[in-house]
Design a protein around this ligand. Structure first.
Ligand SMILES: Cc1cc2nc3c(=O)[nH]c(=O)nc-3n(C[C@H](O)[C@H](O)[C@H](O)COP(=O)(O)OP(=O)(O)OC[C@H]3O[C@@H](n4cnc5c(N)ncnc54)[C@H](O)[C@@H]3O)c2cc1C
Length: 464
């Protein structure tokens, strides 16, 4: 188990979150509560936050194996995005156009809700809603922008993105080789460490909410007597909430429900004002290209560039281990990408690199559900778009658990159940094949100037 000091090394966000990360007391005996939550990331904390406001008499215990924010919530790319793990086309295909519209509207509202809570609760999470820029780097990526525009037009939101040509885009963000973009304003940049740690301090101000840290849930059971079992004691509850995202793959009953995929990040030293002006990144809009390998960039309040990307190898048997947080070939690739995107910054120093685990459901559709019969609730499977979606998940679960009918309880995720991932070695073979294939397809598209066909096995495997 890492010492308090080592938790700072997990990410720039935890290092600069504004508290010293001293672990809270662990559970030391069996207890009885109303709600027992596994995991003190955004999902667990938002669920506790909204439940305690709904019914202050509820006794809530949050059981965390390390410290609040240890998982993806303290390590991510800082996009508080209205994007959702399952895009509108997939949701329309599975649940119809009205449901896809409802999810989209709920997510746009959620981005504002995160900002509102930060404001009213005094959580200084560096929230700045300057939007999300979808870039076409190279002509071959323009067709992907066309597809996004068509999707939102079909959904009845043609105004959701503003299209910009190459010159307009470069005036907004000067990225080498950019051919055009779509700017969507319903996204904020945040400081995730300050948000997750601030939220943890906020929820425990409620007399009936306690966070137990360094207490690993070894197993859980629903039914007549729902329980989270730990080596230090049992947490008996009326409802248990599984808020462990990618880490749920480490518990037997949920082992094949989510695939833990590593996403890695590098971060530069702070840019000077003149460097920021040279690349026109004087705002804090977040951005990415249309590469299948997935890249994502954001800018900190003090002017650092964060460059993240997937591509670090999936580990056999859904392996998660501290040594997988760093994968030097991937980190070097990301550093190289910064100089390709912004040649003006050649020689810029990198001060941080880290990684973390996100949770991918087999069909890419998140689940936000509560089964009254078993007493088990869960919100999970955000596939790398969970910073805002976890807030939606927390509100959905609070409504479901307190039996409050609302627009949220009608969302398709409340009745969604993903099928299991394949057993090994099939899971490993297919995932590594898709990871390798995505890199090959990106490289070929860049070389040839031709957009990917959309019909390859890889594209189908990764849900494109
Ligand atoms: C590198 C990276 C970049 C990302 N970038 C973005 C982004 O820019 N925008 C975006 O929207 N999303 C992003 N995501 C995804 C987003 O961060 C997650 O979807 C979100 O934080 C999930 O929150 P969570 O609370 O569900 O899970 P987590 O934050 O992973 O929290 C789960 C918690 O459960 C605890 N836990 C696990 N198992 C147990 C157990 N057995 N007993 C007790 N506790 C346990 C863990 O220690 C952890 O603290 C990124 C993810 C990663 C890894």
């Amino acid at each position: 188990m890492p010492s308090a000091r080592n938790y700072r090394d997990l990410s720039y966000w935890l290092e600069t979150c504004g508290d010293d990360l001293t672990p809270r007391p662990a559970l030391d005996a069996s207890i009885d509560v109303d709600i027992a939550i596994l995991g003190a990331g955004f999902t667990g904390l938002w669920t506790a936050y909204y439940l305690a406001r709904r019914d202050p008499s509820l006794r809530i215990a949050i059981v965390e194996s390390e410290i609040a924010g240890f998982g993806a919530s303290g390590r991510n790319g800082a996009w508080c995005t209205s994007g959702f793990g399952a895009g509108p086309d997939l949701l329309t295909h599975k649940y119809g156009r009205d449901s896809a519209r409802a999810v989209h509207l709920a997510m746009v509202h959620t981005v504002d809700e995160v900002g509102r809570v930060c404001e009213v609760e005094g959580i200084d999470a560096h929230y700045q809603r300057d939007g999300e820029l979808h870039l076409a780097i190279g002509k071959h990526q323009l067709s992907a922008l066309d597809a996004i525009e068509r999707t939102y037009a079909k959904l009845g939101f043609p105004e959701f993105h503003q299209r910009m040509n190459a010159n307009e885009t470069m005036a907004f963000l000067n990225v080498d080789g950019v051919q055009g973009s779509l700017l969507c304003n319903a996204t904020a940049a945040i400081h995730p460490g300050r948000l997750v740690r601030g939220l943890a301090r906020n929820v425990e101000r409620h007399a009936n909410t306690t966070i137990y840290e360094r207490t690993r849930v070894e197993s859980f059971e629903g039914g007549a007597n729902p329980v989270l079992r730990t080596a230090q004691g049992n947490v008996n509850a009326t409802v248990i909430v599984l808020a462990g995202e990618g880490y749920l793959s480490q518990l037997k009953p949920t082992k094949r429900q989510v695939l833990p995929l590593y996403s890695l990040i590098v971060m530069t030293e702070p840019l000077s004002d003149s460097q920021l002006q040279e690349i026109n990144w004087t705002h804090r809009a977040v951005t990415h290209s249309q590469a299948l390998t997935v890249d994502y960039l954001s800018r900190t309040q003090d002017g650092r560039i964060l460059f993240g990307g997937r591509g670090a190898p999936y580990h056999f048997g859904s392996g998660i281990a501290p040594e997988h947080d760093r994968h030097q070939p991937t980190h070097e690739r990301l550093k190289h990408a910064v100089s390709e995107w912004f040649p003006q910054l050649s020689g810029i120093a990198f001060t941080h690199q880290w990684g973390g685990v996100l949770g991918v459901p087999r069909d890419f559709v998140p689940t936000m559900g509560y089964d009254r019969a078993t007493g088990i609730a869960t919100s999970r499977g955000y596939t790398g778009e969970g910073v805002a979606a976890t807030n939606l998940g927390g509100r959905v679960l609070a409504d479901l658990i307190t039996d409050t009918e609302s627009d949220l309880t009608d969302l398709p995720m409340t009745r969604h159940q993903s099928r299991n991932w394949e057993p090994e070695p099939l899971r490993w073979i297919a995932t590594r094949f898709a990871q390798h294939g995505a890199m090959q397809i990106d490289a070929k598209a860049q070389r040839s100037g031709q957009a990917p066909s959309g019909k390859s096995i890889t594209e189908r495997l990764i849900g494109h």
